[in-house]
Write a protein that binds this ligand. Structure first.
Ligand SMILES: Nc1ncnc2c1ncn2[C@@H]1O[C@H](COP(=O)(O)OP(=O)(O)OP(=O)(O)O)[C@@H](O)[C@H]1O
Ligand SMILES: [Mg+2]
Length: 135
């Protein structure tokens, strides 16, 4: 059986005394669409930020496909850090607030990561972006 696209188990994250995530589990299969709904301040963004380790969980397990990270006491091992880079290169993440560049076209924004993070040549990156922009 293939691994789920995303598997999160027992995720904990506190900011000081503020225990925001207290043992979150979530599994997503390839192509599955999941809405995460919670009151403002309940940890929606924190949970999403923990998947690519933009926020390091205190404990728990995050697996994106075959890539697995298990922080210990909020610390990533050297191997975890390498895995986090691999996960980030594969994962799309749209930030909540406005963090895009006003001076770039949509196409330029879309090809930025494939060119600079994945090392794709510009022309194939543009072709791929154009193809996915179809109706
Ligand atoms: N870097 C941080 N340092 C300290 N506290 C933080 C940090 N990030 C988030 N928090 C706190 O963690 C809690 C959850 O924040 P989070 O941003 O995940 O909320 P949210 O559910 O995404 O809210 P909203 O729906 O308003 O975006 C809040 O109490 C917030 O103040
Ligand atoms: Mg948020």
């Amino acid at each position: 059986m293939t691994a789920p696209a995303l598997s999160v188990t027992g995720l904990h994250k506190s900011f000081g005394a503020n225990a925001v995530l207290r043992g979150i589990d979530l599994q997503a299969q390839d192509g599955e669409v999941i809405s995460l709904i919670g009151a403002s301040g309940s940890g929606n963004s924190t949970f999403l930020r923990c998947i690519p380790m933009l926020e390091v969980p205190d404990s728990g397990r995050v697996a994106v496909g075959e890539q697995v990270i298990e922080p210990q006491n909020g610390i990533l091992s050297r191997r975890d850090k390498v895995t986090a880079r691999t996960i980030r290169s594969e994962l799309g993440f749209v930030f909540q607030s406005f963090n895009l560049w006003p001076h770039r076209t949509v196409l330029e924004k879309v090809i930025e990561a494939p060119i600079h993070l994945q090392g794709r040549p510009p022309r194939p990156a543009v072709r791929r972006a154009d193809k996915r922009a179809g109706p």
